[in-house]
Design a protein around this ligand. Structure first.
Ligand code: ZN
Length: 474
């Protein structure tokens, strides 16, 4: 079967390159102690031990780890453990010393914070404050990027991927881990198109320059990114109604940046002709962003072929689904997220809201355009064929949960294939890729079976026989 090259509309490219090249190591466990114990086996890279993949929500309701548990395993080497959703970092005492972090010099004026207990800094940092430090820790790892990036692109080609959308990891820290000047070093050798989305800021002169400088077919400024809220597992997703097991009375989460500021940033981005992509997970964040997009479409419609997106849309109020059908809007979702932590959804948002999460079929029925991605490295090495399977089966690869997750929201293989090619291309405001049509760039993928006819459970085992990038076999 011949299909357009797959497009992963939502990735964190730099982190994914590092993880693939073993500069970061996957780390996971159900208790703080279990995760900390794995620090002993982490390789030391450039003087640091760096892991990614743990979730504080696994340790209990509103419980965060502390530097002391890592110190018990590792005192002399700085350690940084990045949470699985990449919104939190957890450092040991040596790391705090190396970076001269103290209670008095933690940055202010951005979302997030340094957690503090009786002994001072716990070593845990949240949101933009976390990314502020993470960018500094990872900076020296850019040295081997060109070779490592080519290796990773080759790996993506093997999965049939020919284009990615690289989005900012933070809306506020000065370094958002989107590095066009670094990606430029592999241009000429590139076998994956990168469309990147730095954070939308109030100061737009820098963005203007970047937007002008990067407009090639292989490396392109696609627009900007912002974060309206966090995630349900830590009650940072911004909800209409209180969490089912609130941390405090009236716990509805909160916006990461002020609601009025978000509205302003959306309008300003579109006024400049830049599409904006907004992380929205809670139903209140989703609703407000959809309203602001309506306003923006009226006042500052984007040039033809350009699209705003909402990212994730996890806790979706069924009443707001009609609003997802807007011109110049793509609903950008990650089918693999369905299967991450689904056992905990009832506890996080309650059974009523949990049943309405990830309503892919309702989006399509409302007339919305769906674009698929993975959010790598929040999930690792999920292939497009696996994503298609997740959206169609709503089960994981071992067939769990056996009854499927909200089965009424299943979509067809054809719809999922569209979302991972044409739909994802629109999410990236690209009309020159995502289809097999005269005039389009020749990014093509050859599969060993017709996935439209194959039994659903065989879809993830489909082999990619060949991938063509810009007409050349990879
Ligand atoms: Zn992401």
């Amino acid at each position: 079967m011949i299909v357009p090259g797959f497009i992963d509309a939502h990735v964190h490219f730099f982190l994914s390159v590092l993880l693939y090249n073993k500069k970061l190591t996957y780390i996971h466990g159900l208790t703080e102690k279990e995760v900390a114990a794995q620090v002993a086996d982490l390789p030391t890279v450039n003087g640091w031990k760096i892991g990614i993949g743990w979730y504080s929500s696994e340790f209990g309701q509103n419980v965060y780890p502390t530097r002391r548990s890592i110190d018990a395993i590792c005192m002399d080497t700085p350690v940084a453990l990045i949470s699985g959703d990449a919104h939190t970092i957890w450092l040991n005492t040596k790391a705090l010393e190396m970076m001269s972090i103290s209670e008095s010099n933690v940055p202010t004026g951005m979302s997030g914070e340094a957690l503090i207990d009786r002994e001072g800094l716990t070593g845990v940092f949240l949101e933009a404050v976390a990314i502020h430090y993470l960018a500094k820790i990872l900076d020296p790892l850019k040295a081997d990027f060109a070779t490592e990036c080519q290796r990773y692109m080759h790996h993506l080609n093997k999965m049939g991927i020919t284009t990615v959308g690289d989005v900012a990891l933070t809306g506020e820290a000065e370094d958002d881990l989107v590095y066009p000047e670094l990606y430029e070093t592999v241009q000429g050798e590139s076998s994956v198109r990168i469309n990147f989305y730095p954070a939308m800021r109030e100061e737009i002169e820098t963005i203007k320059k970047v937007a002008q400088n990067y407009q090639s077919e292989t490396l392109r400024f696609g627009g900007v990114k912002q974060f309206f809220d966090g995630v349900t597992s830590t009650h940072t997703a911004f909800m209409k109604e209180e969490y089912t097991y609130p941390y405090f009375e009236g716990d509805i989460g909160a916006p990461l940046i002020a609601v009025e500021k978000m509205q302003k940033l959306i309008l300003k981005a579109n006024e400049n002709g830049w599409p904006i992509r907004i992380h929205t997970i809670g139903d209140r964040a989703i609703r407000l962003a959809l309203e602001y997009y309506q306003e923006s479409l009226r006042r500052f419609p984007l040039p033809e072929g350009k699209y705003n997106t909402l990212e994730h849309l996890e806790v979706m109020d069924a009443n707001d689904i009609p609003l997802t059908n807007q011109e110049q809007l793509v609903i950008s979702v990650q089918p693999s997220h369905l299967l991450v932590g689904w056992e905990a959804l009832d506890a996080e948002v309650g059974p009523v809201r949990a049943k309405q999460m990830f309503p892919f079929r309702n989006f399509l029925e409302a007339g919305a355009v769906l674009g698929f991605g993975t959010d790598t490295p929040v999930v690792v090495d999920v292939s497009p064929l696996e994503s298609i399977y997740y959206a169609v089966a709503r089960k994981d690869l071992s067939g769990n949960p056996s009854e499927g997750l909200m089965l009424e929201q299943r979509i067809s293989v054809a719809e999922a294939l569209y979302a991972h090619t044409k739909g994802a291309a629109l999410a990236l405001s690209r009309v020159d890729i995502g289809g097999l049509e005269p005039g389009m760039l020749a990014d093509i993928c050859v599969l060993d079976q017709n996935i439209l006819l194959a039994p659903t459970e065989k879809v993830p085992n489909t082999k990619v026989i060949a991938t063509y990038f810009n007409g050349a076999i990879q």
